[in-house]
Design a protein. Structure first.
Length: 129
């Protein structure tokens, strides 16, 4: 991460800046309390930023909730919004990129959306070894 900052610090800065710029409320539910390996941290940050870009461009959301937790069993990331949602068949390049980022680090990513209620992006990276 930039300037030796960990994932939690990097996310705090990005989420604060994004919320100020867009006027969309960001609720931070959890950030990692342990050091996250650089490849995983970079992928998580890229996916959170892509998810936020999708929220800003497409959702009409008023609130976005973000949680990233890391433990002995691995890492879990969730980005949820209260926007318009979309039809599952409308998967664009952004979602494809997010899935690729998680696949590169041995994880998986799912996107669940309900029309009129919002979208949740969930990524999981199991611990290795």
């Amino acid at each position: 991460m930039r300037g030796g900052r960990g994932l939690a610090e990097e996310l705090e800065g990005c989420l604060g800046d994004w919320g100020e710029r867009t006027g969309i409320t960001v609720e931070t539910w959890a950030l990692p309390t342990v050091e996250v390996p650089q490849p995983i941290a970079r992928a998580v940050l890229a996916v959170v930023l892509e998810a936020l870009a999708n929220v800003e461009r497409h959702s009409g959301a008023r609130v976005v909730s973000v949680a990233v937790t890391a433990s002995k069993s691995g890492l879990r990331m969730t980005v949820s919004d209260d926007g318009t949602g979309f039809h599952a068949a409308n998967v664009g390049r952004g979602i494809t990129r997010m899935r690729a980022h998680f696949a590169e680090i041995g994880g998986s990513l799912s996107v669940n959306s309900v029309r009129g209620e919002g979208t949740t992006v969930t990524g999981v990276v199991p611990r290795r070894g």
